[in-house]
Design a protein around this ligand. Structure first.
Ligand SMILES: NC(=O)c1ccc[n+]([C@@H]2O[C@H](COP(=O)([O-])OP(=O)(O)OC[C@H]3O[C@@H](n4cnc5c(N)ncnc54)[C@H](OP(=O)(O)O)[C@@H]3O)[C@@H](O)[C@H]2O)c1
Length: 303
């Protein structure tokens, strides 16, 4: 099987590369191979690469910057994926794509189910929702995996930002009224592997049963503040020297950002359990693994 994997320099793509090796030939396509900005080249590239399965974690993920670059966000997150999805549908190639809790407006307290109506608050969320809709419209066999608050020991993410700031500053102030599930890229990649393990035919059947959409996050929930506190405690427990003495809670209003974010980012995992038979680790356990990977690097690097 030839697996075309995009976004390999990113968090989820990077975590998938080693895990997919047992499934066949992995075509690790960075933007130099398949650039979602160059829409006219996409179909030709796919025809040349002839994948049997496409996994697309590539995305425009700069949530705040997207407010100033709506056309670019839409191109990378919706128009490019639309072409990929059309090619995949035409050639009966299954497509795995990724989306986000930011398609929701964050109202209420209950976890969002896949069938809930999406109302994004930001350009990024709108562009990701447009991508979902374009993939659905193309037909074919597809699975859109909605996840949330992605981080890893490597890359650009909240874990690394807090780890840096905790070494530089005495006090951190972090938003405490946005609730979600900080999901490591490793958990997402493990989930994809578990979905593919029964074989491509079984995977196709489950995609159809899931109506092409499933939530996949860690279990449990916390706020960005709760996540930051756990990171700081975890680094201390691993003997990383820190400057930070206090991690104080903020409200969303006290920390204005260009893009509005949902207060309630909880995603319901019932469909993941029922159709794919998967459970995911608690966020604290997933964090432990990433801290184990990150701490030696921090200990070895001066602030
Ligand atoms: N990060 C989160 O908190 C989060 C939350 C929920 C859902 N998601 C979704 O999960 C998926 C994976 O996210 P992630 O965190 O792994 O993202 P990431 O670390 O930001 O990586 C994004 C990847 O997309 C690539 N990319 C960007 N523009 C491209 C273009 N024009 N053509 C081809 N490739 C391009 C990047 O390549 P370069 O390195 O070359 O730019 C990078 O490899 C995405 O669909 C994202 O929307 C993410």
């Amino acid at each position: 099987m030839r697996i075309l994997l995009t976004g390999v320099s990113g968090q989820v793509g990077g975590a998938l590369v080693p895990r997919l090796q047992g499934f066949g030939t992995v075509i690790a396509a960075d933007a130099s191979v398949l650039d979602f900005v160059q829409l006219a080249d996409i179909s030709g590239t796919l025809a040349r690469l002839q994948p049997d399965l496409i996994i697309n974690p590539a995305a425009y993920t700069a949530v705040d910057k997207a407010e100033d670059e709506p056309e670019l966000a839409l191109r990378v997150n919706a128009e490019g994926p639309a072409i990929v999805a059309q090619w995949a549908a035409l050639h009966s190639v299954p497509l795995i794509h990724f989306s986000t809790d930011y398609v929701f407006n964050g109202a209420g307290e209950r976890a969002w189910r896949e069938d809930d109506a999406a109302h994004p608050l930001s350009v990024y969320g709108s562009s990701k929702l447009a991508g979902e809709n374009a993939i659905r419209f193309a037909g074919g066999t597809f699975l859109i995996i909605r996840t949330s608050w992605v981080y890893a020991a490597q890359g650009k993410n909240f874990l690394r930002t807090i780890s840096r700031l905790a070494r530089e500053r005495k006090e951190l102030r972090i938003v405490a009224d946005q609730i979600g599930a900080p999901t490591s890229a490793a958990v997402i990649a493990d989930g994809v592997v578990a979905m593919l393990s029964p074989g491509l035919d079984a995977f196709r059947t489950r995609c159809t049963e899931a109506k092409g959409l499933v939530n996949l996050t860690v279990s449990g929930e916390t706020s960005w503040h709760g996540f930051a506190v756990a990171i700081v405690e975890g680094l201390k427990a691993r003997n990383v020297a820190l400057a930070v003495e206090q991690v104080l809670p903020l409200t969303t209003e006290q920390y204005p950002t260009p893009a509005k974010r949902p207060r309630n980012s909880r995603l319901d995992l019932t469909r993941l359990h029922k159709i794919f038979g998967l459970t995911t680790p608690h966020w604290r356990d997933a964090l432990r693994s990433e801290l184990d990977a990150l701490a030696p690097e921090l200990a070895a690097t001066p602030v």
